[in-house]
Design a protein around this ligand. Structure first.
Ligand code: SF4
Length: 345
């Protein structure tokens, strides 16, 4: 991939939510839901973002779309820094970046028929005649696997999987370049999940779409993604090509996550790694590496210095002192790195 292939660049993005102080009890504080995230998304790829509940992945998606105002950082879409655009220019870009939500029922107006739900974005553009618009709506509805008879129905008349298809059809009618899908199949039955995932992959090929696919489900992310980013407590701790992440995870957190699921199609033996304790609160993250309170390989440096993402090989980046050549305690790092490699072999 080269610079020209970048569709989206995220630079040191932060989203903090203020917490009100309780009188005489606590100081005002803030939840650091997204705390300095940087990555690129390349044209035509699917970048999966995984992490436990509370890792900040949904807030990340909403902040990129500017549904939430960023606290700091840059969102660069097709070379344009969205922060520097005026409202009219920003609205122009917004239609190229759309979101598919976990619960399509909540995002679809229950009083609108499918033809209006899908046709509304086209009507707002005011470029098509009524007949052209009707033709295009039918075309999109059929592309997502629904029939002509569904046009006159309301959302409650459909199953969960069909409603997600309507949500995707509505997004497609805006002709987006980037779709941020936030847990788009997690509310669906397992049998329906793969149908919707396959539909998204077919549409990606046909419409040259780029996806940022957010999910807590590592198996789902493996199915659809080209690259995968792993989030922990508001930060990306590892990112790289799917095959690297699933076969040779480097970060201890990624290793623990992957050790808990069966990985079909990848010939990798794993020992189950049990993490101690719960993730710390994002309102009071630990100093240094925020994973050090649960990491089986933590050493002194981890408690003091926050590790940055550093490329290890072939586009695989990891934020962990075990892999950083410049160390305070070189011997400890080398030993621990060897330990991790033994765990995977
Ligand atoms: Fe574990 Fe230290 Fe690496 Fe953090 S930096 S993941 S605590 S070894």
């Amino acid at each position: 991939m080269n610079e020209r292939d970048k569709l989206l660049e995220i630079k040191n993005l932060k989203k903090y939510f203020p917490i009100k102080a309780i009188p005489f009890k606590s100081k005002a504080s803030q939840v650091k839901a997204v705390d300095g995230v940087s990555f690129d998304v390349f044209k035509g790829e699917t970048l999966g973002i995984v992490g436990e509940s509370g890792s900040g992945k949904s807030t990340l998606g909403r902040t990129i779309l500017r549904l939430l105002e960023p606290t700091d950082g840059e969102i660069i879409f097709e070379g344009n820094n969205l922060e520097k655009l005026n409202n009219r220019q920003l609205n122009g870009y917004r239609k190229h970046m759309q979101m598919v939500f976990q619960d399509p029922f909540a995002s679809l107006n229950p009083r609108m028929r499918v033809k209006d739900l899908v046709g509304e974005p086209l009507a707002l553009q005011k470029t098509l005649s009524k007949a052209e618009q009707a033709r295009q709506v039918l075309d999109i509805v059929e592309k997502v696997g629904l029939t002509k008879s569904s046009l006159s129905k309301f959302p409650h008349e459909f199953s969960g999987g069909q409603r997600q298809r309507i949500g995707i059809a509505r997004v497609l009618s805006m002709n987006p370049k980037l779709i941020i899908a936030d847990e788009p199949v997690s509310a669906l039955d397992v049998s329906v999940q793969s149908q919707v995932l396959n539909l998204m992959m077919d549409l990606q090929d046909e419409f040259k779409l780029t996806y940022l696919f957010i999910s807590h489900d590592l198996s789902v992310v493996k199915h659809i993604s080209d690259r995968v980013g792993v989030m922990y407590l508001g930060r990306i701790v590892e990112i790289g090509p799917k095959s690297n992440i699933y076969v040779n995870p480097l970060h201890p957190y990624t290793q623990a996550l992957l050790s808990s699921i069966p990985i079909a199609n990848f010939d990798v033996k794993k020992e189950k790694i049990q993490l101690e304790g719960e993730p710390p609160s994002p309102s009071n993250p630990p100093p240094g590496c925020t994973f050090h309170t649960r990491c089986p390989h933590a050493f002194d440096r981890c408690k003091i210095e926050r590790p940055e993402l550093v490329e290890q090989s072939n586009g695989q980046y990891v934020a962990c002192h075990l892999y950083n050549a410049v160390t305070i305690n070189n011997e400890t790092s080398k030993n621990d790195k060897n330990k991790i490699l033994v765990v995977q072999s």
